[in-house]
Design a binder for this molecule. Structure first.
Ligand SMILES: C[S@@+](CC[C@H](N)C(=O)[O-])C[C@H]1O[C@@H](n2cnc3c(N)ncnc32)[C@H](O)[C@@H]1O
Length: 256
């Protein structure tokens, strides 16, 4: 287990709110973990791909002093308004409205200039593209991220992944269910690392997050959809017991 200290995110302890505003495991701890690995620094221009309600985007702007653009193509499932509206509302709450902007769009169809960003951050987003648009669609997204990054810029990708083992037979039915079945969405770390490399990036670091299991269990406990449907993701995670489900991260650099 790593001795990584969550110094910035542990100031925020209302986990029900964090997991309501974020969508997926890790919440603000994930954002801090990635930011430290990426070496985010004040004044950098950061693109957050799949920013959802922008809670992590605002955290990164507030705690790391970056200027952050969050992009997300979806509308809120319940209220029907764009996710980026939530981002702007959160930016006001976090007092970072001068440092955060949300745009309703997604990769690969952005309209940013080449070399527009110092860093790109994307967590728990692109694996859904892989299900809906296959490897080719996923590669288009990676290439777009490569295009908009400055030479020398950093890409931090965090994704639900699985350990490099076969799906345990008792777990198989649980990871085969739903609109985005986990067995379709989640890939092993070497496979995804190779895709990032083949988009042109140099790989700086690729590993499973040391606290992946804790992040997933916090998600099971605090995410509002998990609370409503304990027989779905929380049950899957209980059956899994840390044997297959994980969370991987890849830190990559666009060559100079
Ligand atoms: C599960 S949320 C993750 C939010 C946040 N990054 C986190 O880790 O909590 C994933 C988001 O990715 C967005 N998304 C889906 N397809 C996308 C695309 N092609 N480009 C950018 N975002 C996309 C969805 O709209 C959704 O809000």
């Amino acid at each position: 287990m790593s001795d990584f200290q969550y110094i910035k995110s542990n100031k925020y302890t209302d986990y029900d709110t964090i997991y309501k505003q974020c969508s997926g495991p890790g919440g603000l701890q994930l954002a801090e973990f990635m930011a430290e690995k990426m070496g985010l620094a004040p004044g950098q221009k950061l693109l957050d791909v799949g920013s959802n309600r922008g809670f992590q985007t605002c955290f990164l702007a507030k705690e790391y002093g970056v200027f952050a653009v969050g992009i997300d193509p979806w509308d809120d499932r319940e209220q029907g308004n764009p996710m980026v509206d939530h981002l702007q509302a959160n930016a006001r709450q976090w007092n970072v409205e001068n440092a955060v902007v949300g745009i309703k769009m997604g990769v690969p169809d952005t309209h940013f200039a080449c070399y527009a960003f110092d860093a790109v951050y994307s967590t728990t987003a692109l694996e859904m593209v892989r299900v809906s648009q296959g490897i080719q669609g996923y590669m288009k997204c990676l290439k777009e991220i490569y295009r908009v990054l400055k030479p020398g810029g950093t890409f931090g990708l965090g994704e639900p992944m699985h350990l490099d083992v076969r799906i345990p037979s008792d777990l198989e039915p649980y990871v085969s269910q739903g609109e985005y079945p986990w067995k379709e969405c989640f890939r092993a770390l070497p496979e995804t690392t190779e895709l990032v490399r083949s988009a042109g990036f140099d790989i700086v670091e690729a590993a499973h997050a040391p606290h992946a299991r804790q992040w997933w269990m916090a998600f099971a406990e605090h995410d509002p959809f998990c609370k409503q449907t304990p027989e779905e993701d929380p049950k899957t995670l209980a059956v899994d017991g840390g044997r297959w489900t994980s969370f991987g991260y890849i830190i990559a650099r666009k060559p100079l």
